[in-house]
Design a protein around this ligand. Structure first.
Ligand code: NAD
Length: 264
């Protein structure tokens, strides 16, 4: 039988390096025969993303800053010219001022609130609007979220508010695009040590807490997220849309510290 993703073309946004969640999903899709395009944010990341692209035979490695409409448009123009149509998009993009991922949420500035919501939430909608035009045979849009959208998590602050809005966007986009057979889902990943996570204070403590208290008694890897991503991008999940799927070793189902959890 043909690999799961053969004949499918997808755009992967948000690879910064080989620890990025987007890279875990890209590898899983490429292993199953998907043809991919990558974007990178700024020249500093270009040299990190290009070798990864080469590893999985990616032809299009395109600059894209989601705060710059022209750069977003250029990505979709390139894909339209070369591919004509698109089957999936992975949106693994988030940003907030590091100083506001510490201290109190109540002290968030209007400026950082707007910037965080624009980059971490609105950009998914802006991309969906462009992808829709190329998804002439239906498609799958996937974004990344975190439990801090549902419950108060230490230091997550305005990012938790942005992720809550992102999860609501997934549901509204699923309804808007469903008649065109475009599915829209999110993966709520457990904590993983990535570049973005390095902005969160006490991240080591959060990792340990998840390891000791999740039902699987471990944290998750980008390969774990890659496997679930593959399912949501492929036709295996063709009846699934508007969903927030947790890949967190089950952490979100527990209500109390585990009895066997050591002190951290
Ligand atoms: P990462 O640092 O590898 O990826 C974040 C990406 O966002 C980077 O590639 C960065 O270039 C990109 N980005 C930031 N601002 C941008 C902009 N203006 N334009 C274009 N790209 C921009 O970290 P990651 O942890 O792999 O993050 C990917 C996604 O996963 C994020 O949405 C993050 O919130 C989410 N997530 C991460 C964790 C975790 O613990 N690492 C858990 C749950 C969800």
């Amino acid at each position: 039988t043909a690999p799961l993703m053969s004949g499918k073309r997808g755009l992967i946004m948000g690879i910064a390096n080989n620890r990025s969640i987007a890279w875990g999903i890209a590898k899983a899709a490429a292993d199953q025969g998907a043809e991919l395009a990558f974007t990178y944010q700024g020249d500093a990341l270009k040299k990190r993303v290009e070798p990864l692209a080469a590893e999985v035979g990616v032809k299009h490695v395109l600059p894209c800053d989601v705060t710059d409409d022209a750069s977003v448009d250029a990505v979709f123009e390139t894909l339209k010219a070369d591919w004509g149509s698109l089957d999936f998009v992975v949106h693994a993009v988030a940003y907030s001022n590091k100083e506001e991922l510490d201290g109190r949420y109540v002290d968030t500035t209007a400026d950082n609130f707007s910037k965080t919501l624009l980059i971490s939430c609105y950009s998914f909608t802006a991309i969906a609007k462009r992808a829709e035009k190329l998804m002439t045979n239906g498609g799958s849009l996937l974004t990344l979220t975190y439990y801090g959208a549902e419950k108060v998590m230490p230091h997550y602050n305005v990012m938790g508010v942005a992720k809550a809005a992102l999860e609501a966007s997934v549901r509204y986009l699923a309804e808007d695009l469903g008649r065109q057979k475009i599915r829209v889902n999110a993966i709520s990943a457990g904590p993983i040590k990535t570049l973005a996570a390095s902005g969160i204070a006490d991240f080591r403590y959060i990792l340990k807490w998840n390891e000791y208290n999740s039902p699987l008694r471990r944290t998750v890897s980008i390969e774990d997220v890659g496997g679930a991503g593959l399912y949501l991008l492929s036709d295996l999940s063709k009846g699934v849309t508007g969903e927030v799927h947790h890949v967190d070793a089950g952490y979100h189902v527990v209500g109390m510290k585990a009895e066997d959890a050591p002190d951290i």
